[in-house]
Design a protein around this ligand. Structure first.
Ligand code: ZN
Length: 87
């Protein structure tokens, strides 16, 4: 069975495959493509809307990450994901 994880933003539960995993690598956000990096991470829906909203929330500093993560690097990763999904 596929593990179920929770989107860090909208809190929807989803199969791991349907979420992006972003982990902290020495405090910098990197995309964990294979979802096997042994580090604390956050999950976000593979959904343009959710990623865009995540960026907005970060801009307003309204999101309290439970892991120590450089927010500029997190935004960079989210930006790349948006490009990948097609603007
Ligand atoms: Zn979501």
């Amino acid at each position: 069975m596929t593990p179920i994880r929770c989107c860090s933003l909208c809190k929807k539960r989803n199969e791991k495959n349907n979420l992006f995993r972003i982990v902290a690598d020495n405090g910098l956000a990197i995309l964990d493509e294979k979802q096997n990096i042994n580090s604390r991470g956050i999950y976000i829906c593979k959904n343009k809307k959710c990623i865009e909203n995540f960026v907005k929330v970060i801009d307003k500093s309204k999101y309290n990450l439970k892991i120590s993560l450089n927010l500029d690097s997190l935004k960079e990763v989210l930006g790349l994901l948006l490009i990948r999904m097609g603007e």
